[in-house]
Design a protein around this ligand. Structure first.
Ligand SMILES: [Zn+2]
Length: 131
């Protein structure tokens, strides 16, 4: 046991590896245009959120952690899925930037997130980077 942990520690000290891990989720959600030129009816978009976070150790043995982080991303996506972003993303703006900050703020509580990228219908992209 101690031997195993000591071995892990030595390997981490020697290799000192830090690397990025990434996961993407896609889902549909609706919003009103902020200036109201579409009228009162919300319309939908397909959003793709890609999250990058920092890891240490062996990429090969960190699959369990990857699965956990991906589940957190999926849980957040489920909160927004098929909802009106105007209500869900308060106090931020219901666009790709508001959605990127939503994921960044919520995930950063537990995960060393370095980047969140949001695409709306594959086109407009918002990216937030954090050291
Ligand atoms: Zn729109």
């Amino acid at each position: 046991m101690l031997r195993g942990r000591l071995h892990d520690l030595l390997v981490r000290l020697v290799l000192g590896m830090k690397y990025g891990s990434q996961a993407s989720v896609a889902f549909g959600a609706g919003h009103h245009h902020p200036n109201g030129w579409c009228g009162d009816h919300p319309h939908g978009h397909r959003y793709t959120v890609t999250v990058t976070w920092q890891r240490e150790g062996y990429p090969e043995t960190d699959h369990d952690e990857w699965v956990l982080v991906r589940q957190r991303i999926l849980d957040l996506a489920l909160e927004l899925k098929n909802r009106e972003l105007d209500k869900m993303l308060l106090p931020t703006v219901p666009n790709v930037f508001g959605m990127a900050s939503f994921f960044m703020e919520r995930l950063s509580i537990n995960v060393p997130v370095t980047r969140v990228e949001v695409r709306e219908d594959d086109d407009p992209v918002a990216t937030i980077d954090r050291d």
